[in-house]
Structures are given as C-alpha cells and as structure tokens.
Design a protein around this ligand. Sequence first.
Ligand SMILES: [Zn+2]
Length: 432
Amino acid sequence: MRKIVLFITLLLSVFGASQRDFTLYKRHGSPDSPTLLVFGGIHGNEPGGYFAPALLVQHYRIEKGSLWIAPNLNFESILRFRRGYFGDMNRKFATIKPNDPDKKTVERIKKLILDPKVDLILNLHDGHGFYRNEWKNAIFNPRAWGQACIIDQKSIGNTRFGNLDELAQRVSMRLNHKLFKNHHIFNVKNTETKMKDEQMRLSLTYFAITHGKPAMAIETSKNITDVAMKVLYQLRAIEAFMDEMGIKYSRDFDLNLATIKKLLKVYGSVVINGNILIPLDGVDKILRNIPLSRQNNRLTRADHPLAALKQNGNHYDLMIGPNKITTLYPAYIPAKTVLPNVRVEADGKQKTLKVPGRFTFQKRFAVHAPEGIRVNVIGFAKKGVRNENNIEIHAAKLLPKYAMDQENRLFRVEFYEGKFFRGMIIAEKAKE
Ligand SMILES: [Zn+2]
C-alpha cells in the first residue's frame, strides 16, 4: 500500500505539475488614470525581473494615476529558478496548445493587456550580455539583450504613449545619468518584430502592440550578478516611465544600493491554512512537528509577493522566489475551525489576541484559551502538566532549542481540541 501511494505521488510530481496563479496588485491615485501595467517574472531565472516589482508592491504609493503590478507571472518557474519549467511562456502569445500548463496564465495575462484601463505595459527581464548597435564581442553586441529597452517597432498609431521609440530613448537617457559602471549603459533595441523577428511575434509585447496596446520590455543584464543592482536599475526605469506618463508616486525608502540590499532580505511572515503563523525573518532553517493537513496545505496570507509553500517529498519548503527560507516537517493533524481569539497575559498585562497572532513578553506569560481547549507551549515542559491552559510560563523555563528562530526568542503556542488542531499564536520574548 505504502509503495503504491509513493508511486502515485511520484507520478503526480512529474505529470501533474501545473502553473501557479500569479497575483495582481492594483494601486490607485486620484484621478486613477493613466494606468501602467508592470509584468514581472515571465522568465523564472531572471531575478531582476521579479524582485523589482515585489518592491513596487511593498513600498510604493500611487498618488495620481494607477500602477498595476503582476510580479510573478511564471511563478512555478520562479520557484525553480528556471527560464520556463513548462517551456518559454513568452513564446505562447500567438498560439498555445489546449493542454499547455501555462494556458490559463497566458489567457489571464492577455485579458489584462486588453483591459481598456491599461495605457502602457512593461515586461521585465534580465537578458544575456549587453546590447550594442555594433558588434564588439560575444558579450557586447546587437544580439545581446541586457541593459536595453526593447521595442517591437518605433510606434503604434493613434494611441496615447504609442511613440514607443521616443519614450524608450528618453527613459534610457535618464538611466544613463547614473550608472554603476560605464558599460551598464542602456540602449533602445528595436527588434522590428513584424519584418525580422519570427520568435518575437510569439511574445507578450507583440501580442499587446498588435492589439493596439503600447508595450515594451525592460532588460537588465544577466552579466550583472548583483541582484540589488539590477533591481535598482529596474525601479529607476519604472519610475522614469511613470514620470513620462504623469503618474505620481512616493516610496518609503531611499533609492540606493545599500537600502535595496536590506529590503531584499525582509520577508515578513506567512499564514498557512489560516491557522499557522510563520515569521520568516531570522527563522530557523528547519521547523519540526508543524501541524499541517495531509493535503491542500496552502498559504492564506503572505507579506511578501513572492512567498510560496512548496511540497518537496515528505516536507514543505517556504520560499521567497527561488530562495528557500525554511523547511517544515509536518505532524499530520486534522484541523477544525481556527479559534477566533484567546486571552493572553504578558508580564501581568492582559489582552485579547487574534489567532493566529503574536505577542511580546519579558519575563512571564499565561495563555487563557476557552474551556475544553488544550494549550501546548512548544519548548515548555512541567511534570504532570499536559494542558498548559491558564498556566504561568516563565521565560527561563522555555528550552531555546524549541524556538522557531535563530535568536531563540519565538515560541509556538498551539491549541488543540481532542485530536483536532485549532490554531496557534507566537509568544515572543522581548530583546534584552
Ligand atoms: Zn527574459
């Protein structure tokens, strides 16, 4: 029996894989027009193309006009750091097979492109080499894609922002005022798709422009290895396009390399199945005995747009894009509706806490769950006590090795009713 189950699981992992849905974030100002639509992550091995829009989602406010952001088009490939796990998604916009795992995604993208509210579309990439008009060598040449605004043709008639070449030239010029290295200079690459580029006729931007929608690609370079630097170039390009369109925005950070490096390492937290809270910043590499379901475990909330839960054999990886942040080893426990809230008493102060949630304490705490609920403080053991409901827990009695994080300050408090899991909260020991 066991072998059969294993075999079926194996089959599913090879043939049953399917594309994950991408997320669309809409940011409006007043008035809410014009609208820039930014697509990231159509190629999963081009991190500049998805970490930049992730920062747009988290740190930008739109005051005038609208910014729509889909940072993770090809989410399954992003998690695997593959160009296209189901083939190149950017070659599926002319025709697509009915059984293609990307079909639903490509159709959603097309619908967004055709939305009458959308005025200009940017598709973000990290391309090979550095684009130059003339051949210099294998890295700097007309066939390279890096550090360029890519247009399919000079303009499309009768539409606002249809002057693609002029727009791209002005944005490139602006980018070129501030480069980390001289060879990072941006150029405009016109693929003259209609006449010359058969492959690009299958692409997202060509679908857009043949349907009367101004669109282009921004490519940073795969030959720039610092992701933060690529993200910075992408953000500067997107800001320049917003300026060109008259979209007014603000951001809650300074646009420089050091800050972006820092922001790229902030992951926030996730909620799984509506009942488990996992803070990702500083989390241990492995978390054990996590009360998961036998199937359909999923994130129900995530602070980071590229957060994902990925099954991997007998465990689950929590990912931020292609980066594994922690691994969860499950204790399969059936779940019942999550408790709405519990009372906690931290250092003598009482408050009501939503489940799942977290609270801070200095020296001691007690959790007061409803009658009939068993409370399990992971890392606390007292002889003869099986239910830690209403029991005072002293910081010194918590075993550091059971903490969730590298600083040993976060402790899980889990709720059970009979054999059912009913949610958890996190007790956070304050920094000394
Ligand atoms: Zn690409």
